[in-house]
Ligand binder design. Structure first.
Ligand SMILES: *Cc1c(COP(=O)(O)O)cnc(C)c1O
Length: 663
């Protein structure tokens, strides 16, 4: 057994002999990788936010949390940094402008925001406002989204693109909006939809304008790769597109088809796939253009990726940055246009994830730790009368920190054997339960000493004993949130989200923890973590301190999670706060708005339980018990009062002694 170079299991954690520095924390939690200049660790060891993406303004996250708690907002809550949204809109636009200038590209950049990524009214308004200068528009994919988005755009140059399967009500509404002069473009997903649309337009006497989604041969990459390619559930085949073009030409409608579209799937990991698809859509555009259809826009869909983690699973690692993404589109379309001698179209992108992911942070308190039992008091003399228990106690006594590797390993081997024997004796009825409890306490106490001894050395590879002990001594941290409400994609598709304590980052994280939530579901846990360690099955954390809250930040929560959230166990939406940066404020921020989380009664109503009915039933129940003499009338009415008061409670855990939430 030769301790040699670094153990892969702890790459990123400096040996315990080295003093802990903030840079260690930065590296351990990979803040620089996913933080994208928006998140950092400040000199106090607190998580910090840089809403402008520069160090011009830095906000201490613990101060935002403290300010919200002073206002009585109960944890868990979501904090939205609206400036980050604006910043992302600007970063994406200016990068495309730069690519367009470099390529001497003849068309414009016309971003649209797909609202399915986060439909929250304030988010959409903020994105629209930040994108005013570049004429940013919206994309919707359902009737409800169309109805929400339509009145938000009152500028006839800003696009509203409608994807998804459209029924008569939706197509009619789109035509009405076109009559109003709005730049609404329905993207035909099926040939039959196109026929319906033309028929309705004729009926209503509106000159229709439309787009078409093309099934490209290029298959997407990554998790959503199946949403593209010739077998995709969306879009028209090339021959259907030609039929559609022929039909429009026959009718003399040369400028009705305004846009050709594809969507490569979300979180593109390999830029090569996008390049290929861009060439393909470019050729289709050029071919149609040569058939005298005056198409104005080429829409390359969404899919611009976000770095949640690096090097973890292949799917999540991007091999490109924003500038390369923009170049792939601008230069790709340009090349085809030059080759085919057609004018350069305006370029539409539908980036959703990349726009919104960074702007929100979920703050989750840890309610407690479930750890292995520890030796709390000296063992009772009766317990030590059992010779095998005494042997175990003896091993524990003789383990000192300076013990050699051989000694440590022998100690744990012996202890395991003794513990196994004693468990067998218990099963046979030859060991009493007090002894059994003592055995486990002793065993884990020994395990802790052995583990810390082994961890002082550097291993490559680590011995099985070390791996097993680390595993066995990982704590469970019970967190006040629901995986299904707040990070559904983690459960559904195994997506990683960066998680890090927001405080005490200047302390070495001495514990290994697995995070579990409040739901009664064994899947209600975080199963893999973003860290620099090779073993992603736990999060390095600090030990909990009695009486001091310990908060974790869940980062990059802004895309999809808000709306995918599910009411498992009736945990509802968490409260949220909208925060703006302002260098004139004492702590560089102000809280614009707080939206309360769902109360118990809101969640009950979703499944058809209503307060009046429940109150009435509970009253009947209590009255019956009063008449049976089980409780006195005064006790009965007290019980009823308590029951009623619970309807406005938060669905999450409220620490003992905290004030009732206001209604
Ligand atoms: C979901 C979707 C988007 C957004 O994709 P992101 O990966 O979030 O950028 C864009 N366009 C269409 C058609 C979509 O369905």
């Amino acid at each position: 057994m030769n301790p040699t170079l670094a153990r892969p299991g702890t790459a990123g954690l400096p040996p315990s002999t080295e003093t802990w520095a903030l840079d260690h924390a930065r590296e351990l939690y990979r803040v620089d990788a996913w933080g994208d200049a928006f998140f950092a660790i400040n000199e106090l060891g607190h998580a910090a936010v840089r809403p402008l993406g520069t160090d011009e303004i830095t906000i201490d996250l613990t101060k935002v949390v403290a300010a919200l708690e002073r206002q009585g907002v109960p944890v868990p809550f979501l904090i939205r940094f609206q400036d980050i949204l604006r910043q992302r809109v600007q970063q994406i636009s200016s990068t495309f402008s730069a690519a367009i200038a470099d390529a001497a590209y003849g068309g414009r950049f016309c971003p649209v925001y797909p609202i399915k990524v986060n439909q929250l009214h304030e988010v959409v308004e903020e994105v629209l406002d930040a994108g005013k200068a570049v004429g940013l528009g919206l994309e919707c994919g359902s009737k409800a989204e169309l109805i929400a988005a339509l009145p938000l755009i009152n500028d006839t140059e800003r696009l509203l693109i409608c994807n998804g399967v459209k029924d008569q009500a939706m197509l009619t509404l789109i035509l009405s909006a076109q009559r109003l002069g709005q730049r609404v473009i329905p993207v035909m997903e099926r040939y039959s939809e196109f026929c319906e649309f033309l028929r309705l337009a004729e009926q209503l006497g509106v000159t229709p304008r439309l787009g078409v989604r093309v099934r490209l041969a290029t298959r997407g990459s990554g998790r959503w790769g199946d949403s593209t390619g010739t077998r995709s559930k969306f879009g028209l085949t090339v021959s259907e597109v030609l039929r559609l073009a022929g039909e429009l030409k026959n009718r003399g409608m040369h400028d009705a088809l305004e846009l050709v579209h594809f969507h490569p799937g979300s979180q593109i990991s390999d830029i090569q796939v996008l390049r290929q698809a861009v060439k393909e859509i470019g050729q289709i555009y050029a071919a149609l253009r040569k058939r005298e259809l005056i198409i104005r826009y080429v829409d390359v869909g969404g899919g611009l990726g976000v770095t949640y983690d690096v090097g973890a699973s292949g799917d999540e690692t991007l091999n490109y940055g924003l500038r390369e993404y923009a170049n792939a589109i601008v230069f790709g379309v340009k090349e085809v246009c030059v080759q085919q001698g057609v004018p350069e179209p305006d370029l539409v992108t539908e980036s959703g994830r990349a726009l919104t992911a960074h702007h929100s942070v979920l703050i989750v308190p840890v309610l407690g730790a479930v750890s292995r039992e520890d030796l709390k008091a000296p063992l009772a003399p009766e317990v030590l009368k059992q010779p095998r228990v005494a042997e175990l106690a003896n091993i524990y006594e003789h383990l000192q920190d300076g013990a050699t590797v051989e000694y440590l390993l022998e100690a744990i081997h012996d202890s395991k054997e003794i513990r196994g024997d004693l468990h067998t004796l218990f099963g046979l009825g030859y060991l009493d339960i007090d002894c059994l409890a003592a055995v486990d306490e002793l065993y884990w106490a020994i395990a802790r000493v052995v583990l810390s001894g082994l961890q002082k050395l550097e291993w490559n590879p680590p011995p099985d004993e070390l791996v097993e002990l680390e595993e066995g001594l990982t704590d469970q941290y019970l967190c006040d949130f629901s995986v299904f409400q707040s990070i559904l994609d983690h459960w559904a598709i195994g997506q990683s989200f960066p998680i890090m304590p927001i405080d005490r980052l200047d302390e070495r994280p001495g514990r290994r923890a697995r995070l579990v939530d409040l739901t009664c579901d064994s899947d209600g846990r975080v199963s893999h973590y973003v860290s620099a360690l090779a073993d992603k099955s736990f999060l390095p954390v600090q030990e909990l301190e009695e009486g001091t809250p310990y908060y974790l930040g869940f980062f990059l929560m802004g895309a999809y999670q808000d709306i995918l959230g599910d009411a498992h166990n009736l945990f509802g939406r968490v409260a949220e706060a909208h925060v703006y940066a302002d260098a004139g404020e004492p702590d560089n921020f102000w809280i614009e708005k707080v939206i309360p989380g769902a109360a118990v009664q809101d969640m009950l109503a979703q499944v058809q339980y209503f307060p009046n009915d429940l109150h009435r039933r509970m009253e009947e129940l209590v009255r019956a018990r009063i008449s049976e003499g089980v409780v006195r009338p005064s006790q009965g009415s007290e019980i009823l009062e308590r029951y009623r008061a619970c309807f406005t409670e938060t669905t999450y855990y409220k620490p003992f002694g905290s004030k009732a939430v206001s209604e």
